[in-house]
Write a protein that binds this ligand. Sequence first.
Ligand SMILES: N[C@@H](CCC(=O)N[C@@H](CS)C(=O)NCC(=O)O)C(=O)O
Length: 230
Amino acid sequence: VAIVLYDLAGKDGVRFSPNCWRTRMALAHKGLDTETRATRFTEIPGILDGTQKTLPIIDDCGKIISDSWVIANYLEKAYPDRPSLFGGAGGRALTEFMLTWCNSVVQSAIISFIILDIHDALTAEDRAYFRTSREARFGKTLEAMQGGREARLESFRAALQPLRLHLKTQAFLGGATPLYADYLVFGALQWARTVSRFALLDDTDPVSAWFDRCLDLHGGLGRRAASICQ
Ligand SMILES: N[C@@H](CCC(=O)N[C@@H](CS)C(=O)NCC(=O)O)C(=O)O
């Protein structure tokens, strides 16, 4: 039986959520059969028992698990004979640092480049919810948040320097092959790729070459994904 992934979806079913992408890649890494269910923001209160607030959520034969980090840990424990997501206990602990860095530095910067593009990639039903909730959260309009993004690009790229230097000597953050740490940062960049035409990375950036390698993983799962910009 396939594991069900409740996956955030925009218009034309575009799958853009960074946190859902992490989980999607983790399921593929483990080689687990997955059925994704396109779920819009305003549909979340209507799924499962109605208490869930965020995606991703997985349903593994009736076991309902939410939160991407909890899900990754569940998969690692429940499927120990499949390829590891962390590479052992030390790897797991270090991955938790990557999670924190990815959320607090990478994703929180990327949101300011694409928040209006995300809005425009949503279905009509979701747009009002997204605008109201995000404008309340950030205390400004989506237009004001995204405005002037070109001027912020240089400092965003500079913030990726640790990643860039690491990838000079290794194909993936995990070494010769990817680990969950790769999927964390991949999810953040895939978020931008699926909803926006704005180029966060320079083509000559080693981070860009690594992202390209990630798009090819697991049968090109990331590359095949619809983007509103195709
Ligand atoms: N800590 C959670 C965060 C998940 C999260 O924030 N998901 C967003 C989409 S990327 C969401 O579902 N938001 C619902 C909403 O804002 O109503 C995780 O890692 O899964």
